[in-house]
Design a protein around this ligand. Structure first.
Ligand SMILES: *Cc1c(COP(=O)(O)O)cnc(C)c1O
Length: 405
């Protein structure tokens, strides 16, 4: 095997891979341009007077098979809508995962509830239902599960647990569009499913969010929460409860409507590329490719390094032209200053005065972030040749780092 590029050898790849952060990795075409132009020429860019957002909500609900959908300004906003609809009392607890984007957790704090972190499964990084059950207290109000990297969490087990204990279940599907869970999609087992349209997700409008639910009361609360609690379906200019402006714009909705038509192919192409990578590295000792029960939609490709240094791996892979992220996060979400040091409202620490988030709180999450996870960016526009290069890079780094030992 040739010398690693990190040691002066020739890189596997001299041109950058397609990336979701550039045009090369996204599917924005003439239809999106026409949609944006249609909105601009209409003169109506706000959903309060427009038709694109209502149309998107109908189309997304139809795609998801849900009774209701509400559009909003980001994935974080979507999760905030969900937590606000759950309507916890200050100090109530919501159980969630330490491995996610912080957009999963801050909405809990913004509603003055306390995030309680349950540990995750070492092979997927998704919530472990036994750990969730052990974390339930009389103050628990809801469980907020994430389908990490596009692999569905054990959401039916979590549903059963929530039903047994009278809790609401929120699904964070920002990384898991169209991920099958039996005969429905992720997002349809919980009371509310939340999606993001940020640049890096399966589909994008730059920023944006969507929620789905079958519950009319939850849907109404979420809709009001996007609009200062203002019931615009009545004649009254009144404000029914504390809420901000999380409205999606007509421009974002028009682009998203086109993106929705591309979504099935995006998921299929991501799955095809990932299957090719998994097949190409399946024989390598000490690596664990993502678990796929025909249900992974590969927002990214989490490769577990069971025997090796993820930081050395990441440096070597980057030099080969295949940059990846060791650990996914720098630290579990509970170790971030906002949470561990309770940097919330003034100097109050509210609502975390009595909460503690010590190191070792979730050992599996810490093991994944510190030692196991190597996250390869994934993209629907990878060609077969691109994936071949990724396979070659993984094999080259694996062989060289194994020899070093
Ligand atoms: C991206 C993401 C969010 C936040 O979405 P934004 O649109 O960036 O606010 C929340 N949760 C998960 C799991 C995400 O991947």
């Amino acid at each position: 095997m040739s010398e690693l590029a990190v040691n002066g050898g020739t890189p596997v790849r001299s041109t950058p891979l397609p990336s979701v952060f550039k045009a090369s990795g996204r599917r924005f075409g003439d239809e999106e341009v026409a949609a944006a132009e249609r909105v601009i020429r209409s003169g109506i860019l706000s959903a309060t007077w427009g038709s694109e957002v209502p149309a998107l909500e109908r189309e997304f609900a139809a795609l998801m098979g849900s009774a209701h959908s509400v559009a909003c300004s980001s994935g974080t906003a979507a999760l905030h809508l969900a937590v606000a609809a759950v309507n916890p009392e200050p100090g109530d607890e919501i159980i969630t995962t330490p491995i996610s984007d912080m957009g999963t957790v801050f909405p809990i704090l913004m509603q003055n509830a306390v995030p309680v972190f349950a540990d995750v499964d070492l092979t997927t990084g998704n919530l472990d239902p036994a750990a969730v059950e052990a974390a339930i207290t009389p103050r628990t109000k809801a469980v907020l599960a994430v389908h990490l990297f596009g692999k569905p969490a054990p959401i039916r087990e979590l549903r059963a647990l929530c039903d047994k204990h009278g809790l609401l279940l929120i699904e964070d599907c920002a990384q898991a569009y169209l991920a099958p869970v039996g005969d429905v999609y992720a997002g349809r087992i919980g009371d509310i499913g939340c999606f993001s349209l940020q640049q890096s997700k399966h589909i994008s409008a730059g920023d944006g969010g969507l929620v789905v639910t079958d519950d009319a009361a939850l849907a109404r609360r979420m809709r009001l929460f996007t609009d200062k609690g203002w019931p615009r379906d009545t004649d009254e200019r009144t404000y029914l409860f504390l809420a901000l402006n999380y409205r999606m714009t007509e421009l974002a909705a028009a682009v998203t409507r086109v993106q929705l038509t591309r979504l099935p192919a995006v998921v299929e192409d991501r799955r095809t590329g990932a299957a090719k990578l998994t097949a190409g590295i399946g024989d390598l000792v000490g690596l664990l490719p993502p678990r796929d029960d025909d249900d992974h939609v590969y927002w990214q490709y989490p490769l577990m390094i069971l025997d090796g240094d993820i930081h050395a791996w990441a440096a070597a892979m980057a030099a080969e032209g295949v940059p990846c992220t060791p650990g996914y996060l720098t630290e579990p979400l509970y170790a971030a200053p906002a949470i561990r040091s309770k940097v919330t409202y003034g100097a109050s620490g509210f609502p975390l005065q009595d909460a503690e988030y010590p190191p070792g709180l979730c050992p599996n999450a810490e093991e994944l972030i510190e030692r196991r996870l190597l996250v390869l960016p994934w993209c629907e526009n990878y060609t077969g040749a691109d994936v071949d290069d990724i396979v070659t890079a993984v094999r080259k780094v694996h062989s060289a780092l194994a020899l070093e030992k």
